[in-house]
Design a protein around this ligand. Structure first.
Ligand code: SF4
Ligand code: SF4
Length: 353
């Protein structure tokens, strides 16, 4: 499938049409920030947003979700099969890469039927980022600054028009009957190339090493004193994981009614940074210090997910850096580990020469 061209003037009519057939969600302003929320007209939509407080992950893995209901010995899973199909508009490519990781996590081995139901019900319309969201973004380092796949439609802002890349039949169906949309000409492909060539220099590299070295850097940094330093600063508030598009740890609790014979099983987001996250039977906490939890968090991002799923667990969106009250950031952490490693290697070489 090739590019189409949609004039920006056609956007309001397109959104109106989508709203007639789908639940439509997208970025919108709220209290000086942006959130993903329900969209009822083009005026509400802010496609030129920076980043959202929470990622679009919430439509695939809701913060709180009923998994099953039970009464006596009968238990029925709760799957929202009749939920309206949802178009998620304006997904940044970092978040698209994060969804790609979540797909692997929830589809590998035992597929999660609740995640799958949400995923099949969602149509992703992503948008090319033409400038960094914030000083915390490091998507260029993490290889998520663009995307060739994973979207149903992908928009690139060409000024008066959007170039629309069609990634699937689900995406193509969103454009059906829109007279204003036309096939791209060779000149339009030139315009896309021009926009893409101009965008790359606007994004800085922020890591001091190549990201392919990250898993091995972490492997040799397991006993680094830097984890203790981070542990001394960390408040264990869990905000960094709550806003992260690739964090998916959850807790499952049963809410039983007062007869003790019926109730529901709920899954809700959890955080590995919270003190009691690793408490197991007998009250033992196998990750009791903030230092150990910080180390675990960054190992998940830069090593463990890579080993388990072939993808890094961080897409460089910068949300955690923005949310952290004590300014603990992935860029600073990874760069500090790298500097210490360089210093350590230099000292060893001195000793051996
Ligand atoms: S947001 Fe910052 S202070 Fe809170 S748990 Fe994460 S690293 Fe610690
Ligand atoms: S670890 Fe931070 S920068 Fe990386 S994906 Fe999560 S929120 Fe974004």
């Amino acid at each position: 499938m090739g590019f189409k061209i949609m004039p920006k003037a056609a956007l309001p009519a397109w959104i109106d049409r989508l709203c007639a057939d789908y639940r439509v969600v997208g970025p919108k302003p709220l209290h000086g920030q942006y959130i993903f929320g329900d969209i009822h007209s083009a005026e509400e939509l802010a496609l030129d947003y920076t980043t959202t407080v929470l990622p679009p992950k919430k439509y695939l893995l809701p913060p709180r979700e009923e998994l099953l209901r039970f009464e006596g010995s009968n238990a029925e899973p709760v799957i929202e099969e009749d939920a309206p199909p949802t178009v998620v508009l304006g997904v940044h490519t970092c978040d698209l890469h994060a969804i790609h990781l979540l797909d692997r996590v929830f589809e590998q081995g035992y597929a999660d039927q609740h995640y799958r139901a949400h995923r099949e019900n969602v149509v992703l319309v992503s948008i090319e980022c033409l400038k960094p969201c914030s000083e915390h973004s490091f998507c260029k380092d993490m290889g998520t600054l663009s995307a060739d796949e994973g979207f149903d439609l992908h928009l690139t802002d060409l000024g008066d028009d959007y170039a629309v890349d069609i990634g699937s039949e689900k995406g193509e169906a969103l454009l059906e009957g829109l007279d204003a949309v036309r096939d791209a000409t060779p000149e339009d492909y030139e315009r896309v190339n021009h926009v893409m060539a101009e965008k790359w220099p606007r994004f800085p590299y922020r890591l001091e090493f190549d990201v392919t070295e990250l898993p091995s850097l972490l492997a040799v940094s397991y006993h680094s004193e830097h984890w203790d330093e981070l542990g001394e600063r960390c408040l264990s508030c869990g905000m960094c994981t709550k806003v992260c598009p690739t964090c998916y740890c959850f807790n499952v609790v049963d809410e039983v009614d007062f007869t003790l014979s019926a109730g529901k099983r709920i899954r809700h987001w959890d955080s590995c940074q919270i003190d009691e996250f690793a408490v197991v039977a007998g009250g033992h906490n196998f990750r009791p210090t903030r230092a150990a939890r910080q180390r675990h968090r960054f190992f998940r991002k830069g090593k463990y997910q890579w080993e388990a799923y072939g993808l890094l667990g961080c897409v460089g969106c910068g949300r955690c850096a923005q949310a952290c009250l004590v300014h603990i950031t992935p860029v600073d952490t990874f760069n500090e580990l790298y500097r210490r490693r360089v210093l350590y290697t230099a000292r060893r070489q001195e000793v051996h020469t």
